[in-house]
Design a protein around this ligand. Sequence first.
Ligand code: ADP
Length: 397
Amino acid sequence: MNVLVINCGSSSLKYQLIDSASEKVLAKGLCERIGIDGSCITHSPEGGEKTTTESPMPTHTEAVKLVIEKLTDPDVGVISSLSEIGAVGHRVVHGGEKFAEAVVINDDVIKAIEECNDLAPLHNPANLIGIHSCQELMPGVPMVAVFDTAFHQTMPKKAYLYGLPYEYYEKYKVRRYGFHGTSHDYVSKRAAEILGRNRDDLKIIVCHLGNGASISAVDHGKCVDTSMGLTPLEGLIMGTRSGDLDPAIVSFIAEKEGLDAAGVVNVLNKKSGVLGLSGGISSDFRDVGAAADSGNEVAATALEAYAYRVAKYIGSYTAGMNGVDVIAFTAGVGENDKAMRAKIASYLGYLGTEIDDAKNDVRGEETVISKDGSKVTLMLVPTNEELAIARETVRLA
Ligand code: ADP
C-alpha cells in the first residue's frame, strides 16, 4: 500500500509518499509560503530530479491539490492515479491527554484535536486544515492522526506535573506533554533493534538534537520523562529557543524592554537559544561551529552551554531511571555534528562510557560510537518520523 504522509505547518506542507511494503520513499516534497505571495512546491521523485514550481496556494487545499497533481504527473509523478494512495498519515502536534497513540480520523477525533487547539495554537489548526483538505480531495481514503505528544503519555504524574497550584492542572490541563514523540519512540526502538536487544529490557536516553531539541528517558519501553513541556519551549537550549530559565526573567525582561509577556515569550522562542547566545551569528550549528573554530569566544561558549545542558539532562534522567544502558543521538545536530556529540560525551565519563573518535567520525548512519567495553552504549540513530507515521498509518488503516 502507498501511504501519503502529510506534515502541515502554518504556511507549509511537507509530504512523502511511501510504499509500505518496501518502506521506500517514492517521492517527497514541500509546499512553502501557503497563504502568502510567492508560494511554491518543491517535488523530488525517487531517482529523479528535484523541481520547484511557483503556483498560487491561498490555502492548504490548493497545496494538497498540487501535491496530488505532482504525484500523478506523467513526467515527474510516481503513480498513475489517486486510487494508488491507500491511506494518509497526518502528523498532529498536540493530542493533549486525549491521545496516547495514533488513531483513525473520524468526526469525534477531529473534535478532540480541535479541543487541543489552545495548547498548540500555531500547530494544531494547521494540522486540522491539512486533514480537512485531504478529506475533501481524497474522499473515502482512510486517514490516521499520529501525535507528537502520544509517546510521552506514559509519563508518571511526578514527571508531568509542575510545581504550580494543582487547580491549574485541573482547570487548564497545564502540565508537561513533551513533543518529538514519534522520533523518541522510533529511535529508542531502533537503538534496541540495532543492539539485538528488546527495548523492554533497556533504559534508554534519546537526545533528539535538531533545530528544535528534546531529550527523553525511555525506561523498559515506556517514556518516563521528557524535556519539552506544555509547549516546545522548555528544556534544552535549541536553535532559537531558550529552553529552561528562571520564570521571573519573563517579567524582568518585559519591564526592561517594554514588552508584554507574549512579546518576551516570542523572544524566548525565536531569538534565543544558540542564535541569541552566539550574539546573533546563526541558529545553524554549522555557522556557529565555524565561528568558534575561527576563534570567536562567544560562539564557542554558546556551543559549550548547549552541550552542558544536554549533559545535565542526561544526568538527571540517569538518576530518574536509576541507571542507563543506551544514549542515542538523533536529528540534524545529533546525526551530523560529531564535534557536538564528542563535547556532550566528554561529560559522561562518570557513567563508565567513552566516545570512540574513529567510530564517531560518521554522519547519518546507524552506528555505535562508544568504545568497546563501555558500560553505557553511545549510539547514532538517524530518526525517520515519516516512516514511523507511515507504519502507524498502515497498522491502523
Ligand atoms: P528540525 O527538524 O527541528 O527543523 P533538523 O533535525 O533538520 O531540524 O536539524 C536542523 C539543524 O541541524 C540545523 O539547524 C543545523 O544546525 C543542524 N545541522 C545539520 N547539518 C549539520 C552539520 N553537518 N553539522 C552541524 N549541524 C548540522
